[in-house]
Ligand binder design. Structure first.
Ligand code: PRX
Length: 583
């Protein structure tokens, strides 16, 4: 089906410097140099994300501006100004200092969307630590893999999450301290063994702190992301990434100083840090943080209550809103919404059109990934939106479509989506894995792992992934990580994991297992293996369904042919099976 371009009204009434008013002009008018000069930099010449996001606003007279409008899952409300955030993050930096955390040490934050999660991340950045946020729904296996790989020295968490992973914490040889946040005394028995109480440490700590003189090249944050093979890799970003996070907040999300912004992503994933922390706060924007989960009417009431003007969310959430119908939309006053953005999965054209009808504006899709650190390609506020397209590259970013030999293809040809390296928010390592890092660069291009095409007007259109990584509800899942968990079950001899299409979550995880001798496949065993995987991984990552096979299709070198499993499951052509091992 063809969808017509959605023509936008002239948006040139906005006067914020550097907001993109006209796409073609932006290439001449905006440059990274200009953006670098808009940042404050540290007095000693360095660059620190926490300083750009918090301290500089206090220095520039915005201390009383609201940084966080927090609503807890039980309806609690808290407000934090930039000045309060400065004091609290200074205090937490002093706590870390007193525990011996040094520049470059890795600290992990495993928390729900509590204000203290944000305080911990920014306190860590202030001391020059490399902060690793973790998705709070994770079970013990993903947490262990990530913290072990990174050699984490300290963990900040909360009582019930701490208990969930207790059994594996003793295996982490580098871990020296666990700080437990007992928000509002929600837990009666928050501390185990040597754990430290966040509240007690903060009570004793001074807010007199001198921020570490990090350079723009020092590491700031690491996010583990799923790859084609092996366990997830720790993509590491520098403080310099703030340059592009700041710029794209203005350009791609159209931030204005008086905006109330809501990013629905969890800080355990990159959208929740790059656009739930760095982009809004480097722009001095007030943001809503809602601890609770999804419900259509609750989400609309958050927009209404806090007068949200810029909303950044994800296709799965939009599809869930569509499913809940138009009635709840009409029951709320959403007239404050000025700009809606979406990322993480393909945004189907129907969703853009549904948004246009129900929110009186199209939803603006944009594209980026953990490794890019910030938005690379976007539908701007000023652009006519082509439903189904990810928009155009942001100024200063060169995207290309390459053939399998990594040579550029002309418009309207599908191929590998690639980026010219050197963008400010580029990742600079996979932790301890330079081989994998280097393998992402070919013939002077960074290869994204996605397939796309560019039309003759320069709009990019997502076509799919070129690897086996599963995108479920906007979260990338490594089949290998799920297979590793499954084969730890005594009944499972081998496992192959694929993504199968789903109307809401785009894909859901499905596993196929072969059993060890002595086990019989039945419904009870299937349910037990599914529960086992959920406890180890998390509900979102564990298989939604498991099928039984006598043996998995493998190449002669022993690699599971997931592509073939998928083709068989979906009744698609099996393609080239010449490397298939004989049964
Ligand atoms: O496959 C693309 C998909 O999500 C991947 C990046 O996921 P992650 O590293 O977890 O980062 C999430 C935050 C952006 C991409 O390689 N993806 C992202 N945005 C889009 C998308 N697929 C289609 N359309 C998008 N707009």
């Amino acid at each position: 089906m063809d969808f017509e371009e959605i023509k936008k009204p002239d948006q040139n009434q906005f006067t914020v410097k550097s907001n993109i008013k006209n796409y073609d002009d932006s290439y001449e008018k905006s440059s990274w140099d200009e953006i670098y000069s808009e940042l404050d930099w540290l007095p000693g010449g360095g660059l620190n994300k926490a300083y750009e996001c918090i301290d500089r606003h206090v220095k520039n007279g915005l201390g009383e501006k609201i940084a966080i409008l927090w609503e807890g899952k039980n309806g609690e409300e808290e407000i934090y100004t930039f000045k309060q955030l400065k004091d609290l993050t200074d205090k937490f930096a002093n706590v870390l200092n007193s525990l011996g955390v040094k520049l470059g040490d890795r600290i992990f934050v495993f928390m729900d969307r509590l204000p203290e999660c944000y305080i911990a991340v920014f306190g860590g950045l202030k001391i020059g630590a490399v902060v690793g946020p973790l998705f709070s729904a994770f079970g013990p296996d993903p947490v262990k893999d990530r913290m072990e790989d990174a050699g984490a020295k300290l963990l900040v968490t909360q009582p019930e999450l701490r208990r969930k992973i207790s059994n594996m914490l003793g295996d982490l040889n580098d871990l020296q301290n666990i700080i437990v946040v007992n928000k509002d005394n929600r837990d009666n028995n928050p501390l185990i063994e040597q754990d430290l109480s966040y509240e007690e440490l903060m009570e004793k700590s001074s807010s007199d702190f001198s921020i570490a003189n990090t350079s723009q090249y020092d590491y700031s944050i690491m996010h583990y992301t799923s790859g084609t093979t092996g366990k997830p890799k720790g993509a590491v970003h520098r403080h310099q990434a703030i340059v592009q996070q700041y710029a794209t907040g203005k350009w791609a999300l159209d931030f204005h100083h008086d905006d109330i912004y809501w990013c629905t992503a969890d800080p355990g994933w990159v959208t929740g840090t790059s656009y739930g922390m760095f982009a809004p706060w480097s722009n001095g924007i007030t943001q809503v943080i809602y601890e609770g989960g999804f419900s259509a009417s609750k989400w609309y009431s958050i927009i209404e209550k806090y007068k949200v003007s810029v909303w950044y969310t994800a296709p799965t959430a939009i599809r869930m809103l569509m499913k809940s119908g138009e009635k709840p939309v009409k029951q709320h006053d959403l007239s404050t919404l000025r700009f809606i953005g979406s990322v993480g999965e393909p945004l189907n054209p129907e969703a853009v059109i549904w948004g246009n009808k129900n929110f009186e504006q199209p939803i603006h899709d944009n594209w980026w990934q953990t490794e890019t650190g910030a938005i690379m390609c976007a539908n701007y506020a000023s652009m006519n939106v082509r439903p189904g397209s990810m928009g155009k590259p942001i100024p200063g970013i060169e995207l290309a479509i390459l053939d399998k030999d990594f040579n550029p293809l002309p418009p309207n040809k599908s191929g590998l989506l690639a980026v010219k390296p050197g963008w400010p928010s580029q990742f600079h390592a996979y932790w301890n894995n330079s081989e994998r890092y280097n393998s992402r660069f070919k013939k002077s291009w960074y290869i994204t792992g996605d397939e796309a095409l560019m039309d003759e007007d320069g709009y990019f259109w997502f076509q799919g992934r070129s690897d086996d990584v599963i995108n479920t509800a906007g979260h990338l899942v490594s089949p290998f990580e799920v297979e590793s968990a499954l084969i730890e079950h005594p009944a499972v001899a081998e496992a192959g994991v694929i993504g199968i299409p789903d109307k809401i979550a785009m894909e859901v995880v499905k596993a196929f297992v072969a059993l060890n001798v002595g086990y019989e496949w039945d419904e009870k065993l299937k349910r037990e293996i599914m529960r086992f995987a959920r406890e180890k991984l998390s509900a979102g990552v564990a298989p939604r369904d498991i099928g039984y096979v006598d043996s998995l299709p493998k190449t002669r070198s022993g690699k599971i042919m997931r592509r073939l499993l998928k083709a068989r499951e979906l009744g698609l052509p099996e393609g080239d099976t010449s490397t298939l091992e004989d049964d």
